[in-house]
Design a protein around this ligand. Structure first.
Ligand SMILES: [Fe+2]
Length: 282
C-alpha cells in the first residue's frame, strides 16, 4: 500500500501531502466518519516517462507468458474486462469506466501508505487505493512496496467479478468497524492468504489469484510447483489462525474451491465480528 516518490515524479507533492495527512489522521476519527475521498490524488498520466511505459510493458509481457496457464479464469477474464494492455501504464479513469457497470468498484490513486483504518474505509465503499508509481527496472522481480503493476495489474482484475467484489467490500466493512485486536489480526491474515497470496482450484487444477503471486514470477512458480509449500484447503478458521511472514517465499498457502466459498465465509465472519462490535451488518 505504500508508494514512494523516489521512484518517480508522477505524484504531485502538495496534493499528495494533503491527502497523506488526511489518511494519517483517519484512524483518530469514528469509523463511520472516515471519508476516503480525502485520501485520493490525481493520476498525472503525462508525467510517466518512456522508461515507465517500457517497464510496464516488460512486466506485463513477462507475466502473461505464464499467467495464461497459471492464473485463475476470474483473473484472466477480469484483465480483459478492465481493458489493460501492455502498451502503456494504464489510465485509471479508463479502468474505472469499465468497472463502473460491472461491479461498481473504482480504483483511486493514493499518495502512499494508508493506515489500516483508512484502507478499510476505502474497501467498505468499493474504492480501491492504488499506487500510481512504476517500479524501477532494477527491481522488476521483487519490490518491497507495491507499485501500479502490483496494484492495478495484480489486484484490480478481480474487482470485475461480482462475487469477489462482494467479498472485498464485506471484508472492508468488517475490518473498518472492528475494534477488537484479536479479530483485526485474524482479518489481516485472511487478507494475506486470499487477496495477496490466494490459490483457487479450477477444473481440478490449482490456479493463482492473489496479487502477490500474480505480480511475481518467482513467487508464482514457487507457489504452484515447490514441494516445500503446504497447499491447504481453504477453511476460514484455519486461515485466520495462521500467522504469516512477509520476507520470504510463502511456506503455507490456502486453496479455495470457489469465490462463492470465500464470499459466504466472509459474510458469516463479518456478521460475527460486527455483532460483537455492536455495529450490526450494514
Ligand atoms: Fe497487494
Amino acid at each position: 500500500m505504500r508508494a514512494d516518490i523516489r521512484y518517480s515524479d508522477v505524484i504531485k507533492d502538495s496534493e499528495a501531502e494533503i491527502a497523506q495527512a488526511a489518511a494519517d489522521a483517519a484512524p483518530n476519527l469514528p469509523s463511520d466518519q472516515i471519508d476516503p475521498n480525502k485520501f485520493f490524488i490525481t493520476q498525472h498520466n503525462d508525467r510517466y516517462t518512456d522508461e515507465d511505459h517500457a517497464v510496464w510493458r516488460l512486466m506485463y509481457e513477462r507475466r502473461m507468458e505464464t499467467l495464461a496457464d497459471q492464473a485463475s479464469d476470474v483473473f484472466l477474464n477480469g484483465l480483459e474486462a478492465i481493458g489493460l494492455t501492455p502498451e502503456r501504464v494504464p489510465v485509471i479513469a479508463d479502468v474505472n469506466d469499465r468497472l463502473k457497470d460491472l461491479t461498481g468498484w473504482q480504483s483511486h490513486p493514493v499518495p502512499g501508505y494508508l493506515p489500516a483504518k483508512a484502507f478499510f474505509a476505502c474497501l467498505a465503499k468499493r474504492r480501491f487505493p492504488t499506487t500510481v508509481t512504476v517500479r524501477p527496472r532494477e527491481l522488476l522481480e521483487y519490490l518491497p512496496e507495491p507499485d501500479i503493476f502490483h496494484d492495478v495489474f495484480g489486484h484490480v482484475p478481480l474487482h470485475a467479478d461480482p462475487v469477489f467484489a462482494e467479498f472485498l467490500q464485506t471484508y472492508g466493512k468488517a475490518a473498518l468497524f472492528c475494534d477488537d485486536p484479536y479479530h483485526i489480526e485474524r482479518l489481516a491474515r485472511l487478507f494475506w492468504f486470499t487477496v495477496e497470496f490466494g490459490l483457487i482450484r479450477e477444473r481440478g487444477e490449482v490456479k493463482l489469484y492473489g496479487s502477490g503471486l500474480i505480480s511475481s514470477i518467482s513467487e508464482s512458480n514457487h507457489a504452484l510447483e515447490s514441494p516445500h509449500v503446504d497447499r491447504r484447503p481453504f477453511e476460514m478458521e484455519l486461515v485466520c489462525d495462521t500467522p504469516f511472514e512477509i520476507d520470504h517465499y510463502q511456506p503455507i498457502l490456502y486453496v479455495l474451491e470457489s469465490f462463492e466459498q470465500l464470499r459466504d465465509a466472509m459474510n458469516s465472519y463479518a456478521e460475527r465480528v460486527l455483532e460483537e462490535s455492536g455495529v450490526g451488518v450494514a
